[in-house]
Design a protein around this ligand. Structure first.
Ligand code: ADP
Ligand code: F6P
Length: 319
């Protein structure tokens, strides 16, 4: 393999730049050229390619976002779009691709594989909803960002003896809510994977105040329910002072944690190793600290269950 391409696609996540850096430097170490493609699959279609040399990825390991830019590109889901992308890859002599992104981006990577381009996927999303890896790049940073925000909310919640409903991202998954809820000592964690009854939530909040708690923090995953509605119901049922905060896209920004930089460096380096060794159509992952490699198709056919042991622990500790 003489020349490979790399894209960042879908929702950005802290650590994408560290992965790009690792890919470029490991590839150059092996004498392989790397082309970065701007704006994910959109850049493949629009022929937005740029050669990346060693210094082009200097001073980016600590930056959030992605220097290659990212996009959601529906055209790549069509046959016409895919044909254009393949023609451009051929024109640039790209023999292998590395796709850095979430679940949707892996679907796009699978399309490239099916069209005959050896492709490796790197799981990168703050949602952490990709199976066959304990962590996706970006998750650890997002957890720390949310916990930092909840710490601040807790100060004002205590002063005013208020109940706060804090909505976190995660799309249809509750991993981010569970980890941040546990780490920030939330009284209640609401996730899409587990049905809940708001009467029980209210009873728990009231019991907390009765035994002297000065505030109540409810972390709700965006996929579980509308935080605004939850706030209204709790206010109606308990008459407690409630406030709702939707943390939104600040969860996707910021300098990547050391954990995410290391993960991104390992994933990026491994992805290049795989292409060099003619391994194709795989996703790299990390299970119990060890790098693992699985078929992209197998990953796409599975889903990542919520860590129920952690959920039960969080529930017990929050009484
Ligand atoms: P993420 O990768 O963060 O989950 P998306 O779900 O938006 O983000 O997917 C990112 C991009 O991957 C899409 O905009 C599209 O270009 C590509 N993609 C997603 N699903 C498919 C698919 N079934 N076929 C081809 N490309 C896809
Ligand atoms: O997949 C990452 C994510 O941040 C989800 O948690 C969220 O639902 C979605 O992307 C938001 O997408 P957008 O950036 O298009 O608003």
């Amino acid at each position: 393999m003489k020349r490979i391409g790399v894209i960042t696609s879908g929702g950005d996540a802290p650590g994408m730049n560290a992965a790009i850096r690792a890919i470029v430097r490991k590839a150059i170490f092996y004498g392989i050229e790397v082309y970065g493609i701007h704006r994910g699959f959109m850049g493949l279609i629009n022929s937005d390619f740029i050669k990346l040399d060693i210094s082009s990825v200097g001073d980016i390991i600590h930056r959030g976002g992605t220097v290659l830019l990212t996009a959601r590109c529906d055209e790549f889901k069509t046959e016409e779009g895919q044909e254009k992308a393949l023609k451009n890859l051929e024109a640039f002599g790209i023999e292998g691709m590395i796709v850095i992104g979430g679940d949707g981006s892996l679907r796009g990577a699978n399309v490239l594989s099916k069209q005959g381009i050896p492709t490796i996927g790197i799981p990168t999303t703050i949602d952490n909803d990709i199976p066959f890896t304990d962590n996706c790049i970006g998750f650890d940073t997002a957890v720390n960002t949310v916990v930092d925000a909840v710490n601040k909310v807790r100060d004002t919640a205590t002063s005013h003896e208020r109940t706060f409903i804090i909505e976190v991202m995660g799309r249809a998954a509750g991993h981010l809510a569970l980890y941040t809820g546990l780490a920030s000592g939330a009284e209640t964690i609401l996730v899409p994977e587990i049905p809940f009854d708001l009467n029980d939530v209210c009873t728990k909040i009231e019991k907390g105040y009765i035994r002297g708690k000065l505030h109540s923090i409810i972390v709700v995953a965006e996929g579980a329910a509308s935080s605004i509605e939850i706030g209204k119901v709790i206010k109606e049922k308990t008459d407690l002072e409630t406030r709702v905060i939707i943390l939104g896209h600040l969860q996707r920004g910021g300098t990547p944690s050391a954990h995410d930089r290391i993960l991104a460096s390992r994933f990026g380096g491994k992805a290049v190793d795989l292409l060099k060794d003619n391994v194709r159509d795989k996703m790299v992952g990390l299970i119990k600290g060890e790098l693992v490699v699985n078929d992209i198709e197998k990953v796409l056919a599975a889903s990542k269950p919520l860590d129920m042991e952690l959920y039960r622990l969080a529930d017990i500790l929050s009484f």
